[in-house]
Design a protein around this ligand. Structure first.
Ligand code: 9MR
Length: 380
């Protein structure tokens, strides 16, 4: 195993050097030092190096199955991130092939990768209404739901205890359109266990891994639209309830799936982040990307608009001291859910929504993000 890892490490660096002539390998900056002219990418300057020099966490969602089959992918993920999260490998659907069986293969591979490359790892997620295995519907019910939820959290969070930066314990539990006064989403967990399933999940996670930062992660809370403002309010109420009841919560994940043609984040989110700071909570930008599906214009024009949204958004968030991590939902346009069947651009061009394009070359998003990271004060 050790040899394989060593080989992978070397292969990754070599592949990256070959494919990414403009972006230097993170190994050049292993000590966190940044080259003198950070704007000259021909002399290096990965997102990782810039973030590390500022004690900031930058990273992306990763697909561990690609590490061994696609060295440039592994190289990019190693070079650009000091924190990773599994795009899918730690979800119930991936970990639970059968009610009585766990499969940690891909999740373990991701952990090994982060350890080999000196990166942190986020856990995503322990409790969600999506990505549930097919057997769930016919197996989990009112009588055994508590047992299933606690056993899952104990087993998964327990297995990785001490090795995870933060766990998205519950994902997307709020739905202001559910018609419920408490704004909770109607999910199987709510149906079987009532609202207390949330407290149960967080208490169980804390017990299973006392060192991971316990996070509540949600979307639709970013912009100044009335819908997003209402959902922020509801999330805040949920978190205030946690605090009041002594439920362990350390951070909020703001997913940040933005739209180039929709409302944009602004003062509402900034005030929300500040309110969370007063409550002693960290904030992570957990799944940043910009959907340009309906954006008209040439590739260059669209790139510029998308990059500007990244720059403004990341700069706004990084100006808040309790925002301590930013992850994009993928590293390369080659693998993004936004190029999936329902979200592809209407004109048939691929979306260019991530720091590296489909051939692992830096896009304007890369530079926008790096500039935003540079607005954070350097660690001394
Ligand atoms: O990008 C993920 C996609 O590959 C999966 O099919 C999908 C369902 O598990 O989840 C996507 O990631 C979602 C994340 O887990 C939670 N927030 C929204 C993300 C995009 O849908």
């Amino acid at each position: 195993m050790e040899n394989r890892r060593e080989f992978l490490k070397i292969a990754c660096v070599a592949a990256t050097a070959a494919v990414l002539p403009k972006v230097a390998s993170a190994s050049h900056f292993a000590q966190g030092s940044v080259p003198p002219d950070q704007d000259d990418i021909s002399t290096g300057g990965s997102l990782r190096a810039h973030a590390t020099a500022r004690n900031f966490l930058v990273g992306c969602a990763a697909i561990p199955q690609k590490f061994s089959t696609e060295p440039p992918y592994a190289g990019a993920v190693a070079d650009q991130a000091n924190i990773l999260v599994a795009e899918n490998a730690m979800k119930w659907a991936a970990l639970r092939p059968a009610p009585d069986r766990f499969d940690f293969h891909a999740a373990d591979e991701l952990l090994a990768f982060t350890q080999a490359h000196g990166q942190k790892l986020r856990g995503h997620n322990l409790c969600w209404h999506e990505s549930i295995p097919a057997w769930f519907a016919g197996t989990v019910n009112k009588d055994n739901a508590r047992q299933f939820l606690t056993q899952h959290i104990q087993t998964v969070a327990g297995r990785y205890a001490g090795k995870i930066h933060s766990w998205d314990v519950v994902n997307e539990a709020v739905d202001t359109k559910s018609g419920r006064p408490d704004g909770l989403r109607k999910t199987p967990w709510l149906e079987f266990l009532g609202p207390s399933y949330l407290d149960l999940a967080y208490h169980t996670a804390r017990q299973a891994d006392p060192t991971a930062l316990l996070t509540y992660n949600d979307y639709g809370i970013e912009t100044d639209s009335a819908d997003d403002a209402a959902k922020r309010e509801q999330v805040l109420r949920l978190i205030q309830g946690f605090k009041k009841r002594g439920v362990p919560i350390d951070a909020i994940g703001v997913q940040s799936h933005l739209s180039a043609t929709g409302p944009l984040p602004g003062r509402g989110l900034r005030d929300f982040v500040r309110e969370l700071r007063r409550m002693n909570l960290q904030v992570f930008v957990t799944e940043l990307d910009v959907n340009e599906q309906k954006l008209e214009g040439s590739e260059q024009e669209c790139d510029a608009i998308v990059a500007k949204i990244y720059k403004n958004y990341a700069s706004m968030m990084l100006a808040e001291p309790n925002v301590t991590a930013l992850l994009t939902w993928g590293i390369t346009d080659r693998y993004t859910w936004l190029n999936g069947p329902k979200l592809a651009r209407l004109d048939g061009r691929p979306q260019r929504c991530l720091p590296l394009d489909a051939n692992y070359r830096p896009t304007p998003v890369f530079f926008a993000l790096r500039d935003a990271i540079d607005t954070r004060r350097k660690a001394t």
